[in-house]
Design a protein around this ligand. Sequence first.
Ligand SMILES: [Zn+2]
Ligand SMILES: [Zn+2]
Length: 458
Amino acid sequence: MRDQCRIRIARKDFDIITRHLFPGDKDEHGVVLLAGLSQTEMQVTLHVREVHLALEGIDYVEGKIGYRALSPKFIHRLITRARDARLVYLAVHNHGSDREVGFSSIDFDSHERGYPALLQIARGMPVGALVFGRRSIQADIWLPDGNRLDLDEAVVVGNTIQRLTPAPKRELADAEDTYNRQIKMFGKAGQEQLVNCRVGIIGLGGIGSIVAEYLARLGVGQFCLVDDDHVEESNLSRIVGATGLDASQGVAKVTVAQRLILQSNDHAKIQLVTDDVAKASVAKELLSCDYLFLAADSMRARLVFNAIVHQYLIPGVQLGSKIRSDSGGTLAEVMSANRPVRPGHGCLWCNQLVDPSQLAAEAKTNEERKAQAYGVEEPNPSVISLNAISAAHAVNDFLLDYLGLRPESEKLYYEHFYLLTHKRSLVEPRRDEECSECSHTGLRYGRGDSVALPCIEG
Ligand SMILES: [Zn+2]
Ligand SMILES: [Zn+2]
């Protein structure tokens, strides 16, 4: 049943909107948002790509019937822009309320007068309205088929993740004994957010299996596990939960992770995808996730993950570790990385973390690689305790940011741990304004289903 929708918006855009709506004058103000659309059978999601502030007295004027309204000229300019860019037109205004907000009957009357005509102009795209309270949002979205949706939640994706609903949600009725100790840290409401959270883990090897173990014990309620690989003898030193029997039978890594999760959390709903994340049909399964952990080491996985974060405004993190020796065989570097990827903070492309030549090499089959002397992949060195560092830091970031337990900060940092020198370095990611993958004016930002992900067919 789709009678509700979700909205995703980057923190920087959300701050621009709220500063405009609530400048301290206790008055009403207007904004128009243009948003990408994505749809599944269960869920309609809007991804905010453009923010257009309505200037007082020019774009936002005395209403003929209501108190104030967007000017016809402003509406026309933006509904045609929405139509041409295949984006959803959303008219926004504010009420003075705080934790609970809804449209007035005057608001609804104006939607009923205006939106049938806007739907015609929009040629197949939905149109709609949002009303903001100080800590609440409601929506009235009109679909081309005549159905109307209200808001399930708006997700503000910054360094922290904030969720806004039309009214406060009920708290978990009975605090389960299982989570008693952590509830003392983040409350029943936090626990409920974890229970309702759907997390995608890409790669269930050394790092991903540890992430799965941590998230399961925290009580995360839903998982989408993606890995096309099977357990081998050489994995037993690193994959949490894997047994010798798994290795001898070649059990899928996602199956081992599922068993591991259910051991501590038998309520968890787990979707297993034993296939390549670079396939379009596989990547699609990740779009309904609230948070993504990339724990696979292929460039193609990075490419697809990076695109999903920016196209669908889903927060994510890339995890990895590197062990390097010099030519004499002496350890030169032992590093573990935790790289959060968020809309508006640069991306894996801008930071040269997607290597085009390696991408090209991965696109070839092993046979082709041999023939062209690319060399068949040599497995990299890998050690469980090193993997645990990035896994622990990434899950801690998820916990603190997803539950809003630490203040939003302006800057985002990649965290690199250098074990040989006892150093931790914080690197502010580069942000290329021209980047086609992550900039607001680029190919993907907030576009949802209207552009294709950089996937292979299948
Ligand atoms: Zn109103
Ligand atoms: Zn970028």
